[in-house]
Design a binder for this molecule. Structure first.
Ligand code: NDP
Length: 815
């Protein structure tokens, strides 16, 4: 082609980036060892694995294959380093993070080329997006290290964090994991993905260059079955942070259940890209390119479902096809290339399998006329039309450059279609009508919503999902809480409670039981109150949908006092009662959109009605627990004060506006989670119940509470208080019965969005295991008791955080 022809066609010529520096580095360094305790060591197995360049399908380098012995060594190193690192002042940690950021920038070109060669993604993306964002993450978190003492008072590091990352953004995912962990004083053992280990190894060199203390960062390459599994199960690891597929996320939830390890999961997605008929269609077309052909569509938040308003659908599809015809696919190191290679032959085959299935299911496929390179793993940009919402390609994450398109007529239909997925990671809304866009954004079940833009990320704005997209956030202040624990938690005692049923307290024969009995007798004498009073006969009922209803089972269970005497009965709740309660809680979803002022008013009203019956409630506590009158009176007073606290927070726990480096703002909105199941603690029958219910409803959730199994009568006495306080039906539902059985039903229920459990360690494990089904959020106490009277433990910000999600809505501005 001569110059005149180029002017005619305006075709791009090749603009290749040189791989020489990277190839020299690989030649000099390989085979790569493992990075443990600040040194490069040989793997215990003596084995090495090839890593492939997906654009040529040829080996690039050999990396060590770690096994469980190497995991032991790395965890020991991290644990030893944690001793000092956790006490290193924030300012010093900030200096190290700052140095990492600087060194990322110093090696930015090399890192960009290395990432492209190892992963297959275009150099334009690694150079302009991945690597700058990596540096930004370390800068941003250097700031949080500096501010930790003043901005997160009362919190300390979690300890040793095991981090497992995927292959789609290898260095960026490393940064998302390591930067906040180190900033908060943790040490880490990181496992990169099998396909893409190289930039993590270059990062280890940077860690050495800046003189980070040995053991603070350890990097183990190898296979999931050897390294990943051992890391997840290692008793010396305090938290697992994972990004990857929902299936593996579910495995990790089950593997860590009951271990007390913190867990954050950033999983898959099938994100909607909604186009209203007043959108700027040329911008939309470029948006779609960024949504689904960026990184070959191997993006957890890829806008893979195009939802278009019916009247503009054919116009938009024509424009899209014209644009697809012009996309350039090829050598990732060519700066004029839009689409690079798929990461592996296995991934390529999986994409092809799902595309074939789409065709079989009757959808209409369209691909550009040009052919892909024959060497390496390439897949053309693909558009499906005539797709029905229930088909595989509309529901399953394809993780490739494949877009499925559907139409809608009204905004309500768009929202219903968008939310018709088991995922909830991200969404884009395109409309020139900002009123419409900002009305739709909060209705979308997604952790991030982009208005007239897509796939924007910044360290200041948390990222993470709902439902089967996982839980936990990365980035922003909310992301820091994944890497800290309240300082008091580490010293809290284990509860003496067990998961068994029946009159736990009364029939005990051990020393503790005797002590309790002596105490009960003493307090009876001191109170002048004798528990021989005839039990008050009550009709045992549940509180569901604002009504007192009989238990479905038709059975009741006895409630005992501390000396083992029956003081009343409550309904024996079962699966059907829980189902009815969940249905009622869902139907009361309008509570989430009631004004915060209204919610505050109702909480004050509950407090007011409770205070009228203060003596009666105190008496009930004494009757159930044998505690002194004074203790019981204090519990009721603190309960009233707690209701005031959450009435106060109802209109004050608000979001923030981030200012990422773009022309626009990100509205970080705190949203209710939805339906929360909660097994209340037994320590304080009234205060424990209200301490959980009040923050949840203050934030707009609806709840199904299982009151203390031993002492449920205080919660039952609240029925009348709730009935007379203008609380809409279904916002609070109470099901009595066997805590662990009911908790398991709630944890397993697909329509419960989060499960809280305060009870023995075995029960916590069962809740975490059962919740893996739909990957709901859980909050459990791992068998540790909590001092509910202590404001820090009983009404700290932690409760509000557990009651909310942060949704980030990106709103760019300017013409
Ligand atoms: P995986 O979820 O299998 O891998 C992610 C990371 O987890 C890798 O480091 C992997 O190691 C590790 N891992 C895998 N199994 C275990 C285990 N049992 N215990 C501990 N660690 C484990 O993703 P794949 O690479 O297999 O991709 C499959 C599909 O997952 C994709 O098609 C896509 O749909 C989805 N995916 C989603 C991502 C996201 O960002 N949401 C990212 C990547 C994939 P190793 O690499 O050695 O196998």
């Amino acid at each position: 082609m001569n110059v005149m022809e180029i002017f005619e066609t305006m075709e791009y010529g090749p603009a290749p980036e040189s791989p020489t520096t990277v190839l020299d580095w690989l030649k000099e360094r390989q085979p790569f060892g493992l990075f443990i305790n600040g040194r490069w060591v040989k793997p215990a197995s003596g084995k090495y694995l090839d890593t492939i360049n997906p654009s040529t399908s040829k080996p690039l380098a050999q990396v060590a294959a770690a096994n469980s012995k190497d995991v032991d060594a790395a965890v020991s190193a991290a644990r030893a380093a944690a001793e000092t690192w956790s006490k290193t002042p924030g300012h010093i940690r900030a200096r190290y993070l700052y140095a990492i950021a600087r060194h990322i920038q110093k090696h930015s070109r090399m890192l960009a080329v290395l990432e492209s060669m190892d992963n297959g993604k275009p150099i334009r993306e690694t150079r302009d997006l991945d690597i700058p964002l990596v540096a930004r993450h370390f800068y941003y978190h250097a700031g949080w290290a500096q501010l930790m003492a003043s901005e997160l008072p009362g919190y300390g590091p979690v300890g040793v964090v095991g981090q497992i990352i995927p292959w789609n953004f290898p260095l960026l995912m490393l940064a998302w994991k390591i930067a906040p962990a180190l900033a908060m004083g943790n040490t880490v053992v990181l496992k990169p993905a099998r396909y893409t280990p190289l930039t993590a190894l270059k990062f280890a060199e940077i860690v050495q260059e800046i003189g980070l203390p040995p053991g603070v960062v350890n990097i183990l390459t190898g296979e999931a079955s050897q390294v990943g599994d051992a890391l997840v199960r290692h008793p010396g690891v305090n938290k697992i942070a994972f990004t990857g597929s929902t299936d593996v996320g579910r495995t990790l939830r089950r593997a860590t259940a009951g271990s007390g390890k913190k867990l954050s999961l950033e999983l898959g997605g099938k994100s909607p890209f909604i186009v209203f008929d007043d959108a700027d269609l040329d911008s939309v077309v470029e948006g779609v390119v960024d949504a689904i052909w960026f990184n070959q569509g191997q993006v957890c938040c890829a806008g893979s479902r195009l939802l278009v308003q019916e009247d503009i659908a054919s116009r938009l599809i024509d424009k899209l096809r014209a644009r697809m015809e012009k996309l350039r696919i090829g050598d990732p190191l060519d700066k004029a290339v839009d689409i690079g290679a798929i990461v592996s032959s296995a991934q390529l085959n999986e994409i092809q399998r799902l595309v074939d299935q789409g065709v079989e299911e009757g959808a209409e496929i369209w691909q550009p006329s040009w052919a892909c390179p024959t060497e390496g793993y390439f897949f053309p940009p693909t558009l499906f039309t005539n797709v029905s919402p229930a088909t595989t390609i509309a529901q399953v994450e394809i993780f490739g450059p494949v877009l499925v398109s559907m139409t809608f007529r009204t905004p309500a239909e768009a929202v219903a279609l968008a939310n018709n997925t088991r995922y909830g990671l991200a969404a884009s809304v395109w409309s020139e009508n900002i009123n419409l866009a900002l009305d739709v954004a909060p209705k979308l079940k997604a952790g991030t919503v982009w208005v007239n833009c897509t796939n924007l990320f910044d360290a200041s704005s948390g990222f993470g999902g709902y439902h089967e997209s996982g839980f936990g956030r990365e980035g922003g202040k909310e992301g820091l809480y994944e890497y800290v624990r309240p300082a008091w938690e580490t010293s809290s005692p284990r509860t003496t409670e067990h998961s068994s049923n029946g009159p736990e307290q009364g029939a005990s024969t051990d020393q503790a039981g005797e002590d309790e009995e002596d105490h009960a007798a003493a307090s009876e004498r001191a109170n002048g109150y004798h528990l021989e009073l005839p039990a008050i006969d009550r009709t045992p009922k549940m509180f569901i949908n604002g009504k007192q209803v009989r238990p479905d089972s038709g059975y009741s269970r006895d409630v005992y006092d501390i000396r083992g005497r029956v003081i009343g009965q409550v309904g024996e709740g079962n699966r059907k009662d829980i189902r009815n309660a969940v249905e009622a809680a869902h139907a009361a979803g309008g509570w989430a959109t009631s004004t915060t002022h209204n919610r505050a008013q109702i909480l004050y009203y509950i407090a007011e009605n409770l205070s009228v019956r203060e003596t009666e409630f105190a008496r009930r506590i004494v009757q159930q627990t044998g505690r002194s009158d004074a203790d019981a009176a204090t519990e009721v007073q603190v309960t009233i004060s707690r209701l005031f606290t959450y009435a106060a927070w109802a209109d004050k726990y608000e979001g923030v506006v981030h200012r990422p480096p773009l022309r626009g703002v990100v509205l970080a909105m705190k949203e209710p989670i939805g339906v929360i199941g909660m097994a209340c603690p037994s320590e304080n029958p009234l205060l424990g119940f209200i301490s959980l219910v009040a923050p949840a409803i203050a934030m707009g959730n609806t709840v199904i509470a299982i009151p203390s199994q031993q002492s449920p009568l205080s919660a039952i006495d609240c029925y009348q208080v709730l009935e007379t306080s203008d609380l809409p039906a279904g916002v609070v539902n109470i099901v009595t019965g066997e805590r662990d059985t009911l908790s398991e039903v709630l944890s397993d229920h697909d329509d419960v969005e989060s499960m809280w459990y305060f009870g023995p360690a075995e029960g916590c494990k069962r809740v975490e295991l059962a919740s893996a089904g739909n990957m709901k959020r859980t909050w459990v106490n791992y068998g540790h008791s909590r001092d509910w009277l202590d404001p820090l433990q009983g009404e700290g910000e932690e409760l509000l955080r557990e009651s909310t999600h942060v949704k980030n809505i990106w709103v760019p501005y300017g013409e």
